[in-house]
Design a protein around this ligand. Structure first.
Ligand SMILES: [Zn+2]
Length: 213
């Protein structure tokens, strides 16, 4: 567990066969919590929710690739939390079964989302949705300005960027999203990535071999 402020806890752990980073953010005073990218292993996610005595109110998705979504249905069933998916990834959410076939992974049905996210939408716990298309048309980062925290999905990695060869991906769009949206945030922002280790935004602006700030 890593504390990001006196009230908020933030825990990131890999889930599912493709080791998507799932992040649980909770307010220890109010008990309110959200989960980002439940790619699988819903039982493990619920164990953390219970361990920290939290109440899940929101299930957020940075994008609708198969490895970031397959635990959503079970979490919804356990908690009744609202599922939110970027609006421009609707075509991917509705084609999860096709995606699973393409990657030869077992398919777990995903329910209809409660909310379709747009750029600038306000989230639970003071978060803001930043639409950063490129890895997929709907790819969205979740920014928690008071905590200097960004959950970037597959848009930006530590010394890497998201692939753009999947459905609707586009390199020029990804580059513009990173430059125009992410590299304008506070350099001290901690970035939780969709796979692998986290990083600092300022470090990526200086050291990322693909896109310099
Ligand atoms: Zn992805």
């Amino acid at each position: 567990m890593s504390a990001v402020s006196s009230q908020l806890i933030c825990k990131t752990f890999p889930v599912g066969l493709l080791h998507c980073n799932c992040t649980l953010i909770g307010n220890t005073e109010t008990g309110e919590a959200l989960v980002i990218d439940p790619g699988g292993d819903a039982d493990q996610i619920m164990a953390y929710v219970h361990q920290f005595n939290l109440r899940l109110v929101s299930i957020l998705h940075t994008h609708a690739h198969l490895d970031h979504v397959m635990g959503a249905g079970a979490l919804k069933q356990h908690t009744g939390a609202r599922i939110a998916v970027p609006a421009a990834d609707r075509f991917l959410w509705e084609a999860v079964e096709m995606q699973c076939r393409a990657f030869r992974l077992a398919y777990t049905p995903v329910p209809e989302p409660d909310d379709w996210l747009q750029d600038g939408d306000a989230l639970a716990l003071g978060g803001i949705a930043l639409h950063t298309p490129g890895h997929s048309p709907g790819s969205t980062c979740f920014w928690f300005p008071q905590e200097h925290l960004l959950v970037a999905g597959d848009t930006l990695f530590r010394r890497g960027i998201g692939r753009t060869d999947l459905w609707g991906g586009d390199y020029a769009t990804l580059e513009q999203s990173i430059r125009q949206k992410l590299y304008r945030l506070d350099q001290n922002t901690r970035v939780i990535t969709g796979h692998g280790p986290d990083t600092l935004l300022g470090d990526e602006m200086r050291e990322n071999p693909y896109i310099r700030g």
